[in-house]
Design a protein around this ligand. Structure first.
Ligand code: SF4
Ligand code: SF4
Length: 136
């Protein structure tokens, strides 16, 4: 079993389709919605954590894609210019998810994108504007 996070963008007419129900029932995937912005009649976005076998998750993503849901791994929606970081630590103070950490022995910023919950607080916390996160 593995865990992976994806950002899903739904078409406007997908509100009445039980897509997450099918992920659970037909593909044996455990799902956890970490962030949602859904507006009836318009596109919606979800940050979804899926837990299951790699093959089932891949099949579940194919199922969603067939229903016009755009699915991308979370990591692909995050841009971070690590080479310009001055290790000031500002972003770690706002990252409650623990994706951004800094500490001994080298006091260099570590970024574990797999823990990100797309709160976007680091985008404004970084004085050098090194983060770009695309949820929509
Ligand atoms: S968006 Fe930034 S602050 Fe928020 S969880 Fe992700 S890395 Fe941390
Ligand atoms: S706030 Fe920006 S410059 Fe400071 S540690 Fe975080 S990414 Fe680096």
């Amino acid at each position: 079993m593995i865990k992976r996070r994806f950002i899903l963008n739904f078409p406007p007419d997908s509100g009445d389709k039980p897509l997450s129900y099918h992920l659970v029932r037909d593909y044996d995937i455990r799902i956890n919605i970490l962030k949602a912005e859904v507006f009836p009649g318009k596109r919606g976005s979800l940050l979804l954590e899926m837990q299951g076998t790699a093959a089932n998750i891949e099949a579940g993503i194919s199922y969603l894609t067939r229903h016009e849901v755009v699915c991308e791994p979370l990591e692909k929606r995050i841009r971070f210019q690590h080479e310009k970081c001055i290790n000031c630590g500002n972003c770690t103070a706002v990252c409650f998810a623990g994706a951004l950490t800094i500490g001994p022995p080298d006091w260099e910023l570590q970024f574990d994108k797999s823990l990100c919950v797309v709160c976007e607080l680091c985008v404004t916390a970084c004085p050098l504007k090194l983060f770009e996160i695309n949820f929509q």
